[in-house]
Design a protein around this ligand. Structure first.
Ligand SMILES: CC(C)(COP(=O)(O)OP(=O)(O)OC[C@H]1O[C@@H](n2cnc3c(N)ncnc32)[C@H](O)[C@@H]1O)[C@@H](O)C(=O)NCCC(=O)NCCS
Ligand SMILES: Nc1ncnc2c1ncn2[C@@H]1O[C@H](COP(=O)(O)OP(=O)(O)OP(=O)(O)O)[C@@H](O)[C@H]1O
Length: 202
């Protein structure tokens, strides 16, 4: 089985590409879903976050206050590194377990969808690294349009990640998502075919 690490910058189109894989019947391991499961009320990770950053990052209902923690870490690189220090080892463990489950099902491919693949040093978990790329101005516009965020907020989120150009340089395959979704799909299917995968034409 081959693990395709799927990454890019915020709002460059990872979910869009992930849907294309799903349409082909390829399973997705979604690091964001795992990260959210890790911080449910009463979890070890949530307790560590509260101890490290303060109890104000947990709501009265015992939930992670995502907005508040996001504002803190996406404006302060040191704080983001500290959060990653808590989350990355737990994430890695959970991702590895899901990869093992997929391998046991003898499938040809599994996709590891992880926005923070490089930042969290998960490259070794993947056989191929696919980076979804768009020009920075398009990224800023799509992010503001999708999240209704200000230019400053959107820009903070973009700059808190490893520069997209650096991710592109470290990719084994780059998908250009600056055109239509159909054009993006054509690139992904062509790559899958080049790997000997029998694509389903829809
Ligand atoms: C800081 C948190 C609480 C903010 O939550 P919020 O709901 O506001 O944002 P969300 O999780 O949807 O993230 C938005 C985007 O920010 C980027 N992002 C998220 N975490 C990180 C990170 N650690 N480093 C760089 N970028 C990140 C991703 O592109 C993501 O799609 C949350 O992002 C978090 O817990 N992050 C740490 C866990 C993690 O690494 N998750 C991502 C796994 S891929
Ligand atoms: N080819 C495209 N043309 C126009 N809009 C697009 C295209 N691809 C994605 N989008 C839009 O851009 C936004 C970001 O795309 P998407 O949610 O797939 O990115 P993402 O990389 O998964 O984001 P995040 O990092 O926040 O998880 C969405 O609103 C999506 O509908």
């Amino acid at each position: 089985m081959e693990v395709i690490g799927l990454t890019g910058g915020i709002a460059t189109g990872k979910s869009t590409v992930s849907r294309i894989f799903k349409e082909q019947g390829i399973s997705i391991i979604d690091a964001d879903v795992i990260a959210r499961e890790l911080v449910v009320p009463g979890s070890v990770a949530l307790q560590q976050i509260a101890e490290h950053f303060g109890s104000e990052y947990v709501t009265d209902e015992g939930q992670l206050n995502r907005k508040a923690l996001g504002r803190l870490v996406f404006g302060d690189a040191q704080k983001l590194t500290e959060l990653n220090g808590i989350m990355s080892p737990l994430l890695r463990q959970a991702i590895k377990a899901q990869i093992e489950q997929s391998a046991a099902q003898a499938t040809q491919f599994v996709v590891l969808d992880a926005a923070t693949l490089f930042e969290a040093h998960f490259e070794d978990l993947a056989d191929d690294i696919m980076v979804v790329n768009i020009p920075e101005a398009v990224q800023l516009n799509r992010l503001m349009a999708r999240d209704g965020s200000s230019e400053q907020e959107a820009s903070n989120r973009i700059t808190s990640q490893l520069p997209l150009a650096e991710k592109v340089a470290r990719a084994t395959v780059v998908i250009d998502n600056s055109g239509t979704v159909a054009e993006t799909k054509a690139q992904v299917l062509k790559w899958l075919e080049s790997k000997g995968f029998q694509v389903i034409k829809k």
